[in-house]
Design a protein around this ligand. Structure first.
Ligand code: ADP
Length: 542
């Protein structure tokens, strides 16, 4: 017998309609190139979204057609998200930090029909346009007075386009399984792969991220998404904030600028923010030199890569709670959050220092398991390692226009490519990428744990560990270090001595090499493939 409840589709349109009616006067503040502090509210935003939807309705697009963006976090990008998705099209966010060849590949693979872009990306767009014959128009996200001189054909001004549209618009009724957004993985190996989100998955993910032990969002929050809207939809904040009625503060192109971030936090009363470890290093460095504080800021979500303990301890001094989040583009992205700081009293100092580094507990809706090389499920004892698999309603079931993938080899599960342990309380810890695992004498060494210890050294800016050929052990860890400005005298002996008593003796790196910088991908992740290539002719001393 079925329940007798209404079957209302879960759609992004309903988020917009709710926010407009219920949270209409809540503000959205943006840093943009043509206005460093643009300010309006959800009601204004969604009125303009209807105007935009009206204007683009004449373009003759079919349901499911892709509209792309190459844009920073700001209100125009936000409007484009909703106008595209709620009209029944797909908002394809492109990472402008990718190489031009990858941007070209992605635009053509996604069959993007129109591309909305920020002025900053004009050179990139001019460079790729000739190789993207399917694109019918390029829309500059600016006003008529800021329109650039350009060699591009079919260029439109966003504000002119929008102004031509009527403010009333009848949104189409959409199936909850219809696609609403598309994001390509950064593709450290091979071509980027498209992850196609649905209205339903986006809405359920937004609901889940709002939970108290996840991002804990409410109408009392002021949220600064530093994670880009071109990278997994800024971890869902453009959907969860209007849903919760939280004020949004968009940093535009200034996500790497500590001074602007501090000003936005202090002047707009930001309570919650989200970003990758690198942006926090920038903010902390600025706070240290300027002597400023961030009194309103209550908590931050740090994800995308392992978060060094030093970042958390520095934020402790400012009274800011650090929560590690783990996820992937394929997971919308949130899979787990470490909310141990909210139960700080339960742990000793030592336990807490260890626990808070973990990737956290799965949020409700995400199921996890760890399996051995032979496919055997591993216990949740905090010790056994395994390849991490996940499933849930906001996890991708296959890639866009790609039949089958190794990641989906086991029916109903997605293989993350991460290796993890899970403890009896459900705290998951990422120990490695499957491709980066180091096996010394047949035993696994967690490169992430070794890197965490190395980056805690006061003279280290960044560190990476790779497995390297060793005649006796087949592989041993080689530590590659970037010294920080205070640490130019750091020696290999001093570095290796640092590991004493902090990790198992045999996990201690075999040798240390110093470099000026480490290779990173467009999304700021360490590129270990390149690193291994750089050190392929290296031999361990002795
Ligand atoms: P995102 O960068 O938003 O997390 P990607 O799909 O680009 O999304 O990258 C996902 C990968 O990033 C994960 O599979 C994992 O290897 C790594 N990662 C993400 N969060 C963490 C974390 N908290 N700790 C360690 N690695 C992480």
């Amino acid at each position: 017998m079925n329940g007798l409840m209404m079957n209302v589709p879960l759609s992004v349109t309903s988020i917009m309609e709710h926010a407009e009616r219920v949270n209409g006067t809540t503000e959205i503040v943006s840093y943009t190139r043509d206005n460093p502090r643009h300010r309006y509210n959800y009601r204004d935003a969604f009125r303009r979204t209807r105007q935009l939807a009206n204007s683009i309705a004449d373009w003759g697009l079919a349901q499911g057609d892709r509209i792309a963006t190459l844009a920073w976090n700001d209100y125009r990008h936000f409007e484009t998200y909703y106008a595209a998705a709620c009209s029944g099209y797909v908002c394809h966010t492109i990472n402008p930090r990718l190489f031009p060849e990858q941007v070209t590949y992605i635009i053509n693979h996604a069959e993007d029909q129109y591309v909305f872009f920020d002025l900053d990306f004009l050179p990139l767009v001019e460079g790729v346009a000739a190789a993207c014959p399917g694109v019918k128009g390029w829309i500059v996200l600016t006003t008529e007075e800021h329109m650039p001189e350009t060699s591009l054909a079919n260029v439109l001004c966003y504000e002119t386009l929008l102004a031509a549209g009527d403010t009333s618009f009848e949104w189409p009724q959409l199936d909850e399984n219809a696609a609403c957004a598309l994001c390509y993985t950064s593709g450290t190996t091979g071509n980027p792969k498209g992850v196609l989100y649905s209205h339903r998955s986006t809405m359920l993910h937004a609901y889940a991220t709002m939970m108290p032990d996840a991002m804990g969002l409410s109408s009392r929050d002021v949220v600064l998404p530093i994670v880009p809207m071109f990278h997994v939809n800024a971890w869902g904040t453009p959907y969860s904030c209007p849903m919760a009625g939280a004020k949004l503060v968009f940093p535009g192109s200034k996500m790497g600028d500590g001074a602007t971030l501090a000003a936005l936090i202090n002047e707009e009363g930001v309570t919650m923010s989200a970003g990758v470890p690198t942006v926090w290093l920038g903010l902390l460095a600025y706070l240290k030199t300027s002597g400023q504080r961030v009194e309103s800021l209550q908590r931050i979500i740090v994800g995308g890569a392992a978060c060094p303990l030093s970042i958390m301890e520095d934020f402790d001094k400012y009274g800011v709670e650090t929560r590690v989040g783990w996820g992937m583009t394929e997971m919308s992205p949130l899979g787990s959050v470490n909310s141990s700081p909210s139960n700080r009293d339960k742990y000793s100092d030592e336990e807490f220092a260890k626990l808070r580094l973990k990737a956290g507990r799965p949020i409700f809706g995400v199921e996890m398991k760890i399996v051995s090389d032979s496919g055997e499920e591993q216990p949740w004892d905090g010790v056994a390692f395994g390849s991490l698999k996940v499933r849930g309603p906001w996890i991708c079931s296959s890639y866009f226009k790609l039949d089958g993938s190794d990641a989906h080899a086991e029916e109903g599960w997605f293989e993350t490519g991460d290796v993890a342990t899970i403890d009896p309380d459900g705290f998951m810890a990422i120990t490695d990428r499957t491709k980066d695992v180091i096996k010394s004498g047949g035993e696994w060494i967690s490169s992430i744990e070794v890197e965490n210890v190395a980056t805690d050294h006061p003279k280290v800016a960044e560190a990476a560990v790779i497995g390297h050929f060793h005649p006796k052990w087949s592989e041993r860890p080689l530590l590659i270090v970037v010294r920080n400005t205070d640490g130019q005298d750091l020696t290999a002996e001093e570095m290796l001595a640092w590991f004493d008593g902090k990790i198992a003796k045999w996990w201690t790196p075999e040798a240390v090499e110093f470099v000026d910088e480490l290779p990173h991908t467009a999304t700021g992740k360490l590129q270990k493939v390149t690193l291994r290539e750089m050190f392929k002719d290296y031999s361990f001393p002795g």
